[in-house]
Design a binder for this molecule. Structure first.
Ligand code: IFM
Length: 693
């Protein structure tokens, strides 16, 4: 064992001069709690925060288990289990560095204490064996003075789920070795989890035995291979900006490790990196995280949609409870898909405020349908929408058809909602909600009219009629959208009058004043341009941007990346880069003061989307897209934006530079760049640019 520990630790990479594959953090942390989120390790089943192993300030690491919830006085929350990675407490700080190797998925640590104690460790969450975690350590005995042997941990939750973990620790004090008396430690912990019943001990024991048999060095090799495979289909590199490359790789690393590729995945707003938002699943999962996986690792995107599919019965009940048909997804959901949004909270000023999003933030129902369509669009196949995903689109459409209110003129309205901009509650005809509902109705009709019985086709035609009647907020005179009825009459306050962005304007101005003003929290009308650009009037992005950007506080971490994406599409590259920078710093620099509670997974997904949909200009409309559509807008400071994507079942490598794209593919690929007619790129690839570029 000692040799294996040494062999593993000898593989610690040299981070070189700022290589963008590594994140290096001081120990003890200069951003306590924040670095622990940034350095967290997950495998889609377990997530372990990147805290020091020893008990004491900052440690031991918090461990979260995907899909297993506990019901307590404050509602339902994702289960946090005792840390499998705890080592002995140490008097006085251990000082050194922690290094997250993004390429291999390993957290390396080297520290020493004033008393001469030392510790070198490596730990990883096995991507190829979800639920298995490994820790190896070498150090002076007092740090590694822990119980050895095999421990069985069994937890049962109040929601009927459970966790069984086998934590096996082997220690060798190195006595009699020529290289010294350092203690070697190896710990393998294997988790079996179940959201609704006690997991089988046998399953955990069998997985544990397989990991033991493999041995530490083979487990590390396997980890490196598994991550190599992931990166080969997902990596992004910005030639000319290593900091940005590191940030987007960090984002991809956490997105890919937060979601398993089997079963179902209810991905909480903070993934498996922290307990904020109680692990509840928001639109963050469907709109921000899922697309990244759809384009890089579709099996994981599919598990996220499977989570929604399995909660359709609860969504039907939620619709029926408000007297509607079809399926209504709740704003926040957990174990069983019922609404778990809290109804009140204490705000930053210590006041108890009502939370109305659970009752009114209804756009999530269309967002789920959008996610299903998005997966099919990346895959270039109707299989999912004709099969398991069909009801996600049709039952949500049925909800909207029963949700709208028709006026005497036959126009369809949606009253009493909250749009993405949560500063304004209980509004009428929110452009985002209405247009997403109309889009949902139209896409459901597309699905049904392709393949459906006569009765279904009749209903589908009715959906199209409802979609056509929905008020969309478009003002042809002003040439822009109204966010909701009455928005223009609110106090015409601009964010610049309140403070620098990003800004929690509700805290600065108070809830009542912000609600009565035109200051908005996040992309709302502009979100439409981001997710369904084909459905908004051609050329309207610039006018909507000019109007809404100066009014946007970016009080939600979801906002800056969306603006970066849209500004890039508009060719306003200096501003786009500034918003991209704002987005990437949200977790790295804890600019919202909330990263200690976990990473903002939606922001990480938004960063990827800004680069892919914004700067590279990838455009999808549906499974029948006949070409990969790109419209790159690349800042001068970037020599090249290099992307790897999986489009229509094939891995494509793109090198976007001013004016065109280097396309590499293993099959002939139709590509359309910058609005030019499609060209067929033959393997191994070609440079494609619109005429005159
Ligand atoms: O889903 C978001 C919402 O858009 C803004 N408030 C925080 C939520 C969870 O991230």
């Amino acid at each position: 064992m000692a040799e294996a520990v040494r062999a593993v630790l000898a593989m610690r990479p040299d981070p070189g001069a700022g290589s963008p594959w590594y994140l290096v953090v001081d120990d003890p942390s200069s951003q306590p709690g924040v670095d622990e989120s940034l350095l967290s390790l997950a495998d889609g089943v377990t997530g372990t925060r990147g805290s020091p192993e020893e008990e004491g300030p900052g440690g031991p690491p918090g461990v979260f288990v995907a899909g297993v919830y506990e019901r307590g006085a404050h509602g339902e929350s994702l289960l946090e289990v005792p840390s499998w990675a705890t080592l002995a407490a140490h008097d006085g700080p251990l000082v050194g560095t922690r290094l997250l190797d993004l390429r291999a998925g390993v957290l390396w640590r080297e520290v020493r204490g004033e008393d001469g104690s030392t510790l070198r460790s490596a730990r990883w969450a096995c991507l190829a064996r979800p639920g298995t975690n490994v820790l190896v350590a070498l150090g002076t005995s007092e740090v590694l003075e822990v119980k050895t042997g095999s421990e069985l941990v069994e937890l049962h939750t109040s929601t009927g789920g459970g966790v069984t973990a086998i934590v096996e620790t082997v220690r060798d004090d190195g006595r009699g070795r020529p290289e010294g008396h350092d203690t070697h430690l190896a710990r393998v912990s294997t988790f079996a989890t179940s959201s609704r019943r006690s997991p089988s001990k046998k399953v955990a024991a069998a997985a544990h035995e397989r990991a033991r048999q493999a041995g530490l060095v083979a487990l590390l090799d396997e980890q490196r291979t598994a991550w190599d495979e992931r990166w080969s289909e997902a990596d992004i590199e910005i030639d000319g900006d290593d900091e940005l490359t590191r940030s987007v790789r960090l984002a991809l690393f956490h997105l890919m490790s937060s979601v398993p590729d089997r079963g179902e995945a209810g991905v909480g707003a903070r993934g498996l990196s922290g307990g904020d938002y109680a692990g509840h699943v928001f639109w963050d999962a469907d709109m921000f995280v899922m697309p990244v996986l759809a384009a890089t690792h579709p099996a994981a995107a599919r598990t996220m949609l499977e989570y929604r599919i399995r909660r359709l019965p609860a969504a039907r009940r939620w619709a029926a409870a408000s007297g509607r048909k079809g399926a209504r997804f709740p704003w926040e959901s957990g174990l069983d898909g019922s609404d778990v949004t809290p109804r009140s909270a204490v705000d930053g000023r210590g006041e108890v405020v009502a939370i109305r999003t659970g009752l009114m933030e209804e756009h999530i129902t269309a967002d789920v349908a959008w996610a299903a369509w998005q997966l099919a669009s990346w895959q270039g196949s109707w299989d999912f929408l004709d099969g398991p995903g069909r009801r996600l689109v049709t039952e949500t459409a049925r909800y909207w058809a029963s949700r709208v209110r028709h006026d005497d003129a036959g126009r369809a309205h949606i009253d009493h909602v909250i749009g993405p901009d949560e500063y304004h509650e209980d509004v009428e005809d929110n452009a985002y909600t209405n247009q997403m509902a109309a889009w949902n109705l139209r896409r459901a009709a597309d699905v049904v009219l392709r393949r459906g019985s006569d009765a279904e086709r009749g209903e589908a035609r009715a959906w199209r009629a409802v979609a056509d009647a929905v008020v969309d907020g478009w003002d042809p005179v002003l040439g822009r959208h109204h966010q909701f009825v009455g928005f223009d009459a609110l106090e015409p306050l601009l964010v610049a009058d309140v403070g620098p962005v990003p800004l929690a304007a509700d805290r600065v101005l108070g809830h009542a004043r912000v609600a009565a003003s035109q200051v908005i929290k996040q992309a709302d009308v502009l979100m439409l341009h981001h997710v369904i650009p084909e459905a908004v009037p051609a050329g309207s992005l610039a006018a909507d941007m000019d109007y809404y950007l100066p009014r946007t506080a970016h009080g939600s971490s979801l906002s800056p990346a969306v603006h970066a994406s849209l500004l890039a599409r508009l060719g306003r590259l200096d501003e786009a880069v500034a918003y991209l920078d704002m987005a990437r710093r949200i977790d790295l620099d804890d600019t919202t003061g909330s990263t200690a509670g976990g990473l903002h997974l939606a922001t990480l997904g938004g960063l990827w989307q800004a680069l892919v949909m914004g700067f590279a200009g990838v455009r999808l409309t549906g499974p029948d897209d006949d070409a990969l559509v790109l419209d790159p807008h690349i800042p001068d400071a970037w020599r090249e934006l290099r992307l790897r994507l999986r489009w229509h079942g094939h891995v494509v490598r793109l090198g976007c530079r001013g004016g065109g794209v280097e396309v590499q593919c293993s099959v002939p690929l139709r590509v359309r760049v910058g609005g030019a007619p499609a060209t067929v790129v033959e393997p191994p690839g070609a440079w494609v640019a619109p005429p005159g570029a």
